[in-house]
Design a protein around this ligand. Structure first.
Ligand code: DQA
Length: 145
């Protein structure tokens, strides 16, 4: 089973970016944790990060040729990007929306997601653990029993 993990804008700054909100682990730490976890689950993983909306749309479209499930943390594009929403709707690959922070417990503008209506589900608020949970959810999606 193949899973594509797509990280959005500013997630390359994890480790130093608002550590009180996003924790002290880096994006490399998150990807390493996911790689290790994926091995145990029999999942082949690819990860990518971009700060650009168009590059994220391209990543979703490319993932459709390879992945059975997409995990995406769209960062701030969650709250603004119809293009990313349309890409996810357009490829019809089951997609799980992931956030480190609990977006519902923060500023009002973070409560709205353009991605949630086209995602299988959203996992947020558990820090790096959100990604681990999402990977397990991806595994379940592929073989529900
Ligand atoms: C985030 C939440 C978004 O609101 C924010 O813009 C991010 C990170 C998270 O993982 O908690 O960049 O997606």
């Amino acid at each position: 089973m193949n899973v594509m993990v797509i990280h959005g804008p500013n997630l390359n700054l994890l480790g130093t970016r608002e550590p009180e909100v996003y924790g002290s682990q880096t994006l490399a730490d998150i990807n390493k944790m996911l790689e290790d976890e994926a091995k145990g689950l029999g999942i082949t993983l690819k990860t990518t990060q971009s700060n650009s909306e168009g590059a994220l749309v391209d990543a979703v479209q490319a993932a459709a040729k390879w992945a059975q499930v997409i995990l995406i943390n769209p960062g701030a594009y969650t709250h603004t990007s119809i293009a990313l929403r349309d890409a996810i709707a357009g490829v019809s690959v089951p997609t799980i929306e992931v956030h480190l922070s609990n977006v519902h417990a923060r500023e009002e503008f973070r409560r709205h997601s353009f991605i949630s209506p086209v995602a299988v589900g959203q996992i947020c608020g558990f820090g790096i653990e959100s990604y681990r949970l999402a990977l397990h959810a991806a595994r379940k999606l592929a073989s529900p029993k």
